[in-house]
Design a protein around this ligand. Sequence first.
Ligand code: IVH
Length: 656
Amino acid sequence: MIDVAARIERLREQLREHEHKYYTLSQPTISDREFDEMMRELQQLEAENPALIAPDSPTQRVGGQPAGEFPTHTFSKPMLSLENAYSQEELVEWGRRAQQLAGTDQLEYVAELKIDGLSMALLYEDGLLSKGVTRGDGRTGEIVTGNVRTIRSIPLRIQEPVSVEVRGEVFLSLTAFRQLNDERELAGHPRFANPRNAAAGSLRQLDPQMTAKRRLDFYGYSIFPTQPSQEENLEWIATLGLKVNPHRQLCRSLEEVRDFCSHWEARRDALDYEIDGVVVKVNSVALQGKLGSTAKSPRWAVAVKFRARQATTKLLNIRIQVGRTGALTPVAELEPVQLGGTTIRNATLHNEDEIMRLGVQINDRILLERGGDVIPKVVSVVEEAPDRRPFEMPDRCPVCGGKVFREEDEAVRRCVSQTCPAKIKEAFLHWAGRRALKIDGLGYKLVDKLVETGLVHDVSDLYGLTVDQLEELERMGRKSAENLVAEIDASRRLEFWRLLFGLGVRHVGERTAQILAEHFGSMDNLGSASQAELEQVHEVGPKLAESIYRFFHERDNLQLIARLRAAGLNMKAKTADKPRIPQVFAGKTFVLTGTLEGLTREEATELIRQRGGKTSSSVSKKTSYILAGADPGSKLEKARQLGVPIIDELQFRQML
Ligand code: IVH
């Protein structure tokens, strides 16, 4: 008995510590599965020894705890969590029990994707969003309405004037997550470990303007009052104008559920958001009532968890990789470990600040995670090795031996040599990449050879390569050479934005390239744009504008573009055949204040953006118009003082 009590106490201590690391510090040191296993062991021991259950045991809590910076809301129905099933057997076991309790073996289930984000309750009163509340401890959550109002897929007014509570998941798409991390890196802030941590951090911002920048998203999965079935609940949520995840299925047997799970486990990487499993729910709400809930979770639902994409392993060494922009990236060399079905040997450490932040040293045991990114990353140190040794960033480029330089506002060191072979080779690989000019067959080895034999110096040289030249390269057959030439030829006719992305202008990602191509329509227009004109484009900030402007004012770059043009590459966007909205607000900045009658703020902002204008949150001399609704704030007074023209909704609509 003494042993059991001691074991229980030890588990509680460990779980409390890991909860703190996970929820409060957002720096877990063990995998979710290891955490669940400890929790299960504790539950089991407590179940066998009910006398030892204590009110402050981690088993007695539904979720994390509100941290106290926001006002709280007590739920009318607790926000429960879900029991996990880690295997098909556990799913079947759950199903059997559900059938038994329901008194039928003809149960219908709804299978939904388990989005890896944060649960959120949205309270609508007479159709208007009145509160957004985090899950907190499941009974009391934090009111974060200001932040929730910045999530574009959450309507401030739903389609029916009803009072309902919609629950669902707030998450960050992988695209938005990568963009956010890139921006943080540029600003010298530590990167977020995964989209969920990033979403959590964003929701708990005290300044909604910060949250707005994070592009959070939302999928609803329950609604109160409820309809007769989960299927109808989801349909109703969608009818009200909220997003419901389209990948769901009504299953008439557990086999169908199982197929749905395997289908999505295999395809999870195709989604632009992280899922960590499938949630299976009994469809009939009447039967849900019959099955009931425990203190922590309903018996009518279960989370089928996918194989973990977290694991622990040993850090054997850190090596430096030189990228296209000359960035020196530390790469972790690992003791090989299985992760979500593949063997992992390397992981990224991003930059030297990240190594400092993690406090990681060679030989330590580390926690590894593979998210939607193909490249796994080091999340934290699990155990410091007795023979650990610190890593030092080199102050010379490990490839060309040239100088490296760290710009003041950047977390990375870069090799500044224009002739560094690593940079040149990476530029070719970027150009040939799937997201750029899609030249299949132009991989590492071939690029190495082409550069080393001097057949190519920059990407424009690719367009002069002949089948004969290629065939002469070691191990290149006639057929492969012909294919490659055909691939290169086809890349001439691809969309203009791909070329733009392929050029590798600093900070111009795929999405930015698309926006720029659409906005300017051609290389000539883009190349002759002033910094101010570039900044007029929504999404283009001063830093990006400067980088683009500089790129188009460097002789080498202009010569490269001229050679590509001569090689017949497409330098025009196909915008002509799309109806274009007249850019009546080009160069204009609007400030919105007060409540508009027929438009939400988001809608007004979008209308302005589509017409080439910008919105800002504060009034200055540069403001073109202030659009004032009912109960305007102090901004109106300021606008009057500065002589900024004030327009109302009607005038605004006329301008459209
Ligand atoms: S149903 C009582 N459906 O998973 C029912 N949850 O581990 C509770 N989640 O806290 C939730 N996708 O944050 C449900 N389609 C989905 C979900 C989902 C993600 C999250 C949710 C919940 C956690 C349970």
